[in-house]
Design a protein around this ligand. Structure first.
Ligand code: ADP
Ligand code: MG
Length: 877
């Protein structure tokens, strides 16, 4: 084992010299361990050697996870000491080459020690048996027999791999990770071919792949693995521990079918890997008995559970062991599958697509940026994401893809930003005395946050460039007064303002609220919605055209063709997340104001009641300036929040009954099932019937859900608003902020299924009047996580705190819900990756400085990519 030890020693010394950064070997020390242990056990001549090899490999496998120089130094020190001890034990061994000296390769012909008998192959990596033909796979064309050279298959690591590792150690001591790919010309057109253009993909397979999304080769390349099986992390069965999630490989010794008392099939498999046996059990899948014959090599992945004191797998993921991917790739991609598409077929197709096409993907990222940020090329990133050489190359591949998404996002945002900033705006003259009069007319004094934000807006309004500002404030933080101040400033300089809300009833509420604030100051306000009577509409059109109406409040009706403003200088958009990017644009385009024949872009203020954590706001609304109302008006009542178990539901009902008896109203919310409006609506309809007939027969119950037509929704909301119904049963639609001051109870069923931010949003629907209000959360599943979340709601009423927490718990995708419009779907990017976001933002800014329109030839692909990326966004709305 001297050769192996010498090599090990060299690596350890190098690692020590480099300050224990786990960089002495390409791919990390762990990667080295896998090759090393194979060589070492081959060279081992006695039990002591084998034990040493085992011990070394254990330490090396864990090395990367040791945090801190000290722990790593200690690990390496102990290994070096172990090597010394062995030398002392066997003084006859040839002297080891010192680390600095050149590799002792050419001279001494190595006398290979007698190969150990087969039984001694280390348990860690059971030697695969002679290659078996995978059972019945008629579809795949049989490869020519000579291609399957049988000999190397028997070895755990082919000699060329060992060789390569050796070279890397000597020649590439530092991080030089770029995987090789053939240099070919990009072929963007070829990439748009349908899947059938791939060899081995016929119409049938193509259709199955369509079901997973991709229709072209390029799209297929972006269908990434769900996860990976890392055979490096595989465990011998003898080392399994209760509760862990692992992968094991073994041979099926026996497969039995049992029947339960209810006559369901239970398949039990005994699997052995040479170190021990474990039982795997599947329920209700009788056909498995045939698919899992004794003698078959199998890969099991799952959680280790206990049954009658023994360790077992219950319904683990399984696959027949395929020697090919296992031997050449230790990290095997696991793809999403669909009926009739097996994992092995999928991998085969992917392997071909990646091999033939990933080198032809044009890389849109300018080389300078790529090198500065030490990123893989796009072809490298794609191929390593599918078939990683190591965990480290996988990490780098993901890093590149994350960067791409954030970079494209930022380029798009900055493009929008630039676009509006180059438009001619309409600088207003701020009338300080009007502002003072407005403040004096209010029945309350503005909060510090309101004053600050009004100041920010006033500063924007005086500029030549149009304002583009997002105003965020929790429900009840007083956004309306801020908007009113902005409208007042516009009106006092002789211009017009429009406020667009997503529903009629919301528009109406804004109308009433703003009229109260603005009419005393002699500003004329109108309401324009789809149901405004024709005569009234005509009058309004006229007033807007001649400028006699200064403030228009309404719905989409405001952006209809016929609407003309004499001098629209400010557009306010409420509940931003209900409108797409292009609707925002439409209202902006209404700035048809022509003072001297010139088209002017109005200032835009977007108001959102969804508190968005700062990181996300930067990623997603990078095109807007941000103002936050982070202070609540004084004397706001605390909404009392409690969570109940489902067995305590009756208590919630009697509480509702008491509140209604006292003249109040209540909401009862049912969980959102985003995949299906239909199921959600059905559940709500059924619950509504039950509540009305069985629980509250003496009360009037209303119903509102997403499948209702807009006017039906309005009607249901209005009936509740006007007190005609006592209880409103609703799905998530009521999220949009209609004020019903008389409602004091919010009951939320299945509360564990909603995100914190959304629950908080629902809760904000009560506590709008002078009565003490309550929120009752009913969980249908009492897990620790649910408990933690629901308790957070009991403890705070601060939307921003809850939003941060929600984001932390669920991640950005879930945080927004899949239907968030106006933002391209982010596949992989962690929007929370502050570090990458900062890099991407800085690079996007720099690029814009250099080539604002992305016109240079070297930015051609980039411009294309940005366009496609954002095209998805406008599709949504
Ligand atoms: P939101 O931000 O949810 O739109 P609103 O603007 O509707 O909040 O304000 C909620 C309530 O708080 C309204 O009744 C409003 O009159 C009141 N309000 C707003 N600002 C203040 C303040 N500074 N002091 C006291 N009450 C305020
Ligand atoms: Mg509001």
């Amino acid at each position: 084992m001297d050769r192996a030890l010498t090599r090990l020693e060299r690596v350890l010394e190098l690692e020590r010299q480099q300050g224990y950064q786990n960089k002495a070997v390409v791919g990390g020390i762990r990667q080295f361990a896998v090759y090393w242990v194979t060589q070492a056990t081959e060279e081992a001549t006695d039990e002591a050697d084998l034990a040493l090899a085992e011990q070394v490999s254990e330490v090396l496998m864990e090395y990367g996870r040791l945090s801190g120089v000290e722990a790593r130094a200690q690990a390496i020190g102990s290994l070096l000491a172990g090597i010394e001890r062995r030398r002392a034990r066997r003084p006859q061994a040839p002297p080891a080459a010192r680390p600095a000296s050149p590799p002792a390769k050419p001279s001494a012909p190595q006398t290979k020690p007698t190969p150990p008998p087969a039984k001694q192959t280390p348990a860690r990596q059971p030697a695969p048996p002679a290659r078996q033909e995978a059972p019945a796979r008629p579809a795949s064309p049989p490869p020519p027999p000579p291609a399957k050279a049988p000999a190397p298959v028997m070895e755990a690591a082919p000699p060329d791999m060992v060789e390569a590792a050796e070279e890397e150690i000597v020649e590439l001591p530092d991080l030089a990770l770029e995987p090789d790919l053939p240099a070919v010309e990009p072929d963007p057109r070829g990439l748009t071919q349908p899947l059938t253009a791939l060899k081995g993909v016929g119409q049938k397979i193509a259709e199955k792949l369509h079901r997973l999304g991709p229709t072209t080769i390029a799209e297929l390349l972006y269908l990434f693995p769900r996860r990976y099986d890392d055979y490096i992390l595989m465990k011998p069965i003898s080392k399994l521990q209760y509760g862990e999630q692992v992968t094991v490989i073994g041979t099926i010794w026996q497969t039995r079918t049992r029947r339960t008392r209810t006559n369901q099939a239970v398949i039990e498999c005994i699997v052995n890997d040479g170190t021990g046996t474990v039982q795997a059990t599947w329920f209700n899948q009788p056909w498995l008995a045939e698919q899992l014959p004794a003698g078959m090599q199998i890969v099991l992945s799952g959680k280790v559970e206990a049954f009658l004191g023994r360790l077992v797998f219950n319904s683990p993921d399984w696959e027949p062991l395929e020697l090919e991917p296992l031997r050449t790739r230790r990290i095997v991609p696991i793809y999403p599958l669909t009926e009739g598409l097996t994992a092995s077929k999928m991998r085969e197709v992917m392997q071909r697509a990646v091999r033939d096409w990933s080198p032809r993907v044009p890389d849109p990222l300018p080389t300078a940026i790529r090198q500065r940020q030490r990123l893989y090329t796009l072809p490298q990133a794609i191929s390593q994401t599918h078939f990683p050489d190591s965990q480290q190359t996988l990490h780098h591949a993901r890093r590149r893809l994350v960067f791409d998404e954030l970079f494209l996002l930022q380029l798009g945002m900055q493009g929008f930003r630039r676009h509006w900033q180059t438009q001619p705006g309409y600088p207003l003259t701020i009338d300080e005395s009007a502002l003072a009069a407005f403040q004096a007319s209010l029945p309350f004094s503005l909060t510090g946050a309101q004053l600050r934000v009004i100041g920010e807006i006033a500063a924007d309004l005086q500029r030549e460039t149009p304002m583009n500002r997002l105003l965020q404030g929790d429900v009840g933080s007083g956004k309306t007064a801020v908007a009113a101040a902005a409208m007042l400033l516009a009106a006092k300089s002789g211009a017009q303002t429009a406020l667009m809300a997503p529903t009629e009833i919301l528009a109406e509420q804004h109308y009433q609220g703003l009229r109260r604030l603005l009419e005393p100051l002699e500003i004329s306000v109108c309401l324009l919605t789809g149901s405004t009577p024709a005569a009234e509409k005509a009058r309004i059109y006229e007033g807007l055209a001649d400028g006699s109406i200064q403030v228009a409040i309404g719905t989409h009706a405001l952006i209809q063709e016929g609407v003309r403003f004499r001098s629209l200088v400010l557009s306010v958009i409420d509940e931003q997340h209900r409108f797409g990017v292009d609707q925002r644009q439409a209202l902006r385009d209404k700035g048809v104001t022509s003072a001297s024949g010139e088209v002017i872009t109005p200032h835009v203020l977007v108001m959102s009641a969804t508190p968005i954590p700062r990181t996300l706001a930067l990623s997603l609304y990078g095109d807007l300036d941000l103002s936050v109302l982070d202070e609540m008006p004084p004397g706001r009542q605390e909404i009392k929040t409690r969570w109940l178990q489902s067995s305590q539901r009756e208590r919630a009902y009697s509480f509702v009954r008491r509140q209604v008896a006292a003249g109040r109203q209540a909401y009862i919310i049912y969980p959102l099932v985003e995949e299906s409006d239909k199921i959600e609506a059905k559940a709500a309809v059924e619950e509504y019937a039950r509540l009305q007939q069985e629980v509250f027969p003496e009360l009037r119950v209303g119903l509102i859900h997403g499948r209702l037509k807009a006017d039906e929704k309005e009607a249901a909301m209005r009936a509740f608003y006007q007190g005609e119904t006592h209880i409103l049963v609703a799905t998530s639609v009521i999220e949009v902020g209609v004020d019903v001051p008389n409602s004091t109870v919010m009951v939320i069923e299945g509360a564990n299924r909603f995100g914190l931010a959304q629950l908080h949003q629902f809760r904000g629907r009560v506590g709008r009047g002078q009565h003490q209000s309550y929120c009752i959360l009913i969980a249908d599943n009492e897990t620790a996580v649910a408990e933690e979340r629901l308790s957070a709601l009991e403890q705070t009423n601060d939307g921003f705190v809850l939003a941060e927490k929600d984001l932390e718990i669920r991640g950005p995708g879930e945080f927004f819900g899949r239907r968030q419009s106006g933002i391209p779907e982010i596949h992989m990017a962690s929007l929370l990756d502050m570090e990458m976001l900062t890099l991407a933002r800085a690079e996007a800014e720099a690029l814009f400085q250099e080539d604002p329109e992305l016109e240079k030839p070297e930015h051609h692909w980039l411009a294309q990519r940005v366009k496609n990326f954002w095209a998805q966004a406008s599709d949504v709305s």
